[in-house]
Design a protein around this ligand. Structure first.
Ligand SMILES: C[S@@+](CC[C@H](N)C(=O)[O-])C[C@H]1O[C@@H](n2cnc3c(N)ncnc32)[C@H](O)[C@@H]1O
Length: 362
């Protein structure tokens, strides 16, 4: 085995096992890779090629046999280093008739201009002095192929936000003066977009089960220029309590994140059992059941490619679905209401994988 990398198998296996060790500890791939590099120097190697191999390896983690990390690496290399999804995911995608390639390749990098901190045209012009900037259907979202110079992100004039994620907030049709209930709001990316679109004249009750994430959200919102007098923060389990009323609700639900595996393949390590998905699906349904008691208009979204976290969660409210007039694709066609909801895929829309639905309860 040479892998075209001119590395001894033994060195490569040790290196990739170290990457897996750090990925298993919860580090994102670039961090896991950097740590492995500190420990295992490999001579005369193109680290970009090794990174690409590490990407496919973490992606395939749950499909590999072998008890230890080294065994898993050997098993992966014996397949010729091709990324493999776990069988249960492949079967699920086959059931809804979507090509695996549409899911595992083709994402892109998107940025949002934070209009609370800068004018869209001015920021774009400034950016274009340093990097190429490409249009998107939304006037304040752009596609980039390089990293944005740090002065733009440090001043919070620009943040990385996927186009599909921006469409979630667009689906709410934000209006000044209304009260938005956000049932899972941290780290606050969508709250800040909502406040930007209402020019700081909306009101938000932002809730999350994770106290620490809520604290960070408040810091982020302040830095993004959000008027905190118009944001109330509540630490709650939204599947249990929702003693509040509002004009609209956003449920950007906790999910498997299978829609972002192209960006962060280490997510596959934690996605080791099918029953995790049923648990998430139940949690998502419980949050919707609370939200319908608190408001009449609800946008539900997940960054998941799995129907169990999309169509199957909202099917109980099928008659309450409002057709979404946004870009993207319809839902999976085996569901009768597929044309009312939206799905985004890395391999079609160059976005993260997302599911979006809007309900009108009364
Ligand atoms: C997908 S993230 C939300 C991202 C956020 N909307 C944004 O745009 O920045 C899901 C959030 O749900 C929260 N969460 C998980 N279980 C929850 C529950 N039972 N009640 C409320 N929030 C929950 C997580 O802590 C996480 O912050």
């Amino acid at each position: 085995m040479s892998w075209g990398l001119k590395v001894k198998d033994r060195d490569l296996i040790s290196f990739l096992s170290a990457v897996l060790y750090y990925a298993e500890k919860g580090h994102p791939l670039p961090v896991a890779f950097k740590r492995a590099k500190c420990e295992h120097k490999i001579k005369n190697v193109n680290y970009n090629e090794v990174f690409s191999l590490a990407y496919k390896l973490t992606f395939s983690y749950n499909s590999l046999t072998g008890r230890g990390r080294k065994d898993k690496v050997r098993n992966f290399l014996s397949y010729g280093g091709t990324p493999i999804l776990p069988n249960w995911i492949t079967e699920e995608l086959k059931r809804v008739n979507i090509d695996v390639d549409k899911v595992v390749h083709g994402g892109a990098q998107w940025i949002r201009v934070n209009t609370l901190k800068g004018d869209i045209d001015k920021v774009r012009k400034e950016l274009e002095k340093a990097i190429d900037v490409f249009d998107s259907p939304l006037p304040y979202v752009f596609r980039v192929k390089e990293r944005v110079p740090s002065e733009f992100t440090r001043s919070y004039k620009v943040l990385y936000q996927d186009l599909a994620s921006a469409y979630v907030v667009e689906s709410l049709k934000p209006q000044q003066g209304e009260v938005l209930l956000d049932f899972a709001s941290s780290p606050g990316i969508k709250v800040s977009q909502y406040m930007a679109l209402t020019e700081n004249r909306g009101r938000v009750i932002a809730t999350d089960v994770d106290h620490n994430r809520l604290r960070k959200e408040l810091l982020l919102l302040r830095k993004m220029g959000v008027d905190l007098n118009r944001v109330e923060v509540i630490n709650q389990d939204s599947s249990r309590s929702a003693i509040m009323r509002g004009d609209k609700a956003l449920i950007d639900a906790p999910c498997s994140s299978t829609g972002i595996i192209t960006k962060e393949p280490t997510l596959m390590i934690r996605l080791n059992q099918r029953h995790l998905i049923s648990r998430l699906s139940k949690l998502q349904k419980s949050i919707i059941n609370k939200a319908v008691k608190a408001t009449e208009k609800i946008v539900y979204s997940t960054c998941s490619i799995l129907p169990e976290e999309g169509e199957e969660v909202i099917s109980e409210y099928e008659k309450r679905l409002e057709t979404l007039n946004i870009d993207g694709n319809t839902g999976y066609e085996i569901y009768p209401f597929h044309d009312k909801v939206r799905r985004f895929f890395p391999g079609i829309n160059h976005t993260d994988g997302f599911f979006i639905a809007r309900l009108r309860i009364s």
